[in-house]
Design a binder for this molecule. Structure first.
Ligand SMILES: *Cc1c(COP(=O)(O)O)cnc(C)c1O
Length: 462
């Protein structure tokens, strides 16, 4: 580096570090030695972990360093809804990077954030005109939880500090979000640290022989009973709409959402809808809420919002919530994340909205949805498959009934078979599911479904 007019300049022969020149084995050795991976038992991994060393990703395909390709069966944890490296999103990212990447989002603003907030408010399922930015799904939920608590604190109901969530819920990993979670393996170690949450039965969990209608009635009766007893203590009900993702792809009907909205209004409990997984078309409509005609008090979005390019999230609120934070500095929401309103994320998200419009992403869905759901229904004929369920471009098989849940191994046998055949199908325990990019082509979807079909049959025979 040299200094010119007090400014550092980069010499002409400067080259950025090339991360991809290393041989595969060297990368894997470094990785096993130093990297602690998410959701990964590290003892096995350190001895024999065999990760795909990603070289590039385009559309639904990931290519490793040896040139092997894999179809990304879950759109990289449900984020790359428009496929990997959509050219327009990469272009938006580069254009923003040329201008600036990030500035602290207090006492400043920028065009991308302001325009994106407007787009989100216009596209929201109802009047949710106040947009709070953060970095990821967990923080979008964490912000919502704190907003709800402070809302009641400042509107004469400081005793409303308890939250309601479903028994099989997943809302992220920060402590507030962890408390809301219902998946035992994720929450148990932290039970002592978390705020009080009442978990109520999920309408997506059916007892043997029970219909969806009966499960819904049972779930609503339990919810109403809790509200009648304890509404004065309850701040909000936090809910994944129409499909609970990480809890095992459990689906419920729009009527459940509508009736929850009526109950929360009757008992003056805020409704927080977590669209982190479902938003941006996963369930067939732009928001899952749209199918029920329900407008929550607070809506959380992340994942598909930034097209799988980088971490970005938003929490939208109605005016009733927002206005409880007006009336002087002592009532403000003293909460924020360092990378809130990140310019790269905002610019990409703005382009995401334009791509949905220009490429008619939702209009092209019904045919693919039918193909996906039909293929899963076929696998439902297998005697080992306990249940098939799905909505939109997401379908799941629950294998066996041994009740091992998230720690069950059969899903991993399917994963191994699929990987060998060129697809990444990471399971949720004994639940094997697909949630590909919404832009997957018919022939790619056929290929992915073919691999899944064969992998399930082979894994069950082993
Ligand atoms: C993934 C997910 C989250 C957490 O998002 P992160 O970006 O992983 O923090 C929260 N809620 C739902 C419904 C999710 O699927």
């Amino acid at each position: 580096m040299s200094t010119k007019n007090g400014q550092k300049t980069v010499p002409g022969d400067f080259k950025i570090e090339k991360a991809s020149g290393l041989p595969r084995q060297e990368i894997v050795e470094k990785d096993r030695r130093y990297v602690w991976h998410p959701y990964t038992p590290m003892d096995d991994y350190r001895c024999s972990g065999d990760p795909i060393v990603v070289q590039s990703a385009r559309g639904v395909r990931i290519t490793d360093q040896d040139g092997r390709q894999y179809i990304d069966g879950n759109a990289s944890w449900w984020t790359s809804l428009l496929g990997h490296n959509h050219p327009r999103l990469v272009e938006a990212l580069k254009a923003q990077a040329d201008e600036f990447c990030h500035v602290a989002f207090a006492s400043t603003t920028h065009a991308a954030a302001a325009c994106l907030a407007e787009r989100l408010a216009e596209r929201a399922p109802g009047a949710l005109p106040h947009v709070f930015f953060s970095d990821n799904g967990s923080t979008a939920v964490e912000a919502a939880v704190k907003m709800a608590a402070q809302y009641h604190y400042q509107t004469g109901a400081p005793d409303r500090t308890v939250f309601l969530a479903l028994e099989t819920a997943f809302h992220g990993e920060t402590l507030g979000a962890t408390a809301l979670g219902g998946v035992d393996a994720f929450r148990r170690p932290f039970d002592a640290l978390t705020t009080e949450v009442i978990h109520v039965p999920s309408p997506g969990v059916r007892k043997k022989g029970e219909t969806a209608e009966c499960a819904e009635e049972r779930a609503l009766a339990a919810l109403e009973e809790v509200l009648e007893r304890r509404a004065e203590e309850i701040a909000a009900f936090v809910l994944e709409p129409l499909i609970q993702g990480a809890g095992g792809m459990l689906v419920h009907r729009p009527s459940y959402l509508r009736r929850v909205r009526m109950l929360t209004e009757r008992f003056d409990v805020l409704l927080i809808i977590d669209e982190v997984f479902t938003g941006f078309g996963r369930t067939g409509s732009f928001w899952a809420c749209d199918q029920a005609g329900v407008v929550p008090d607070i809506l959380c979005t992340a994942k598909g919002l930034s097209g799988g390019l980088l971490p970005f999230a938003a929490t939208l609120t109605n005016s009733r919530v927002f206005e409880a934070f007006l009336g002087g500095p002592s009532r403000a929401f003293y909460y924020g994340h360092t990378y809130a309103g990140n310019a790269l994320g905002a610019r990409v998200a703005l382009e995401v909205f334009r791509v949905y419009d220009d490429e008619n992403i939702l209009e092209a869905l019904p045919r693919k949805v039918a193909k996906l759901q039909q293929s899963f229904a076929g696998l439902g004929e297998l005697p080992e498959v306990a249940e098939v369920r799905g909505i939109g471009l997401c379908a799941a098989l629950e294998i066996g009934t041994s009740g091992g849940g998230y720690l069950e191994r059969i899903g991993w046998r399917v994963f191994d078979e699929a990987k060998r055949r060129g697809a990444l199908i990471r399971p949720l325990g004994n639940v094997v599911y697909l949630a590909p990019a919404l832009t997957i082509s018919d022939s790619e979807l056929d290929e992915l479904l073919g691999i899944l079909d064969e992998s399930v049959r082979v894994a069950l025979r082993k």
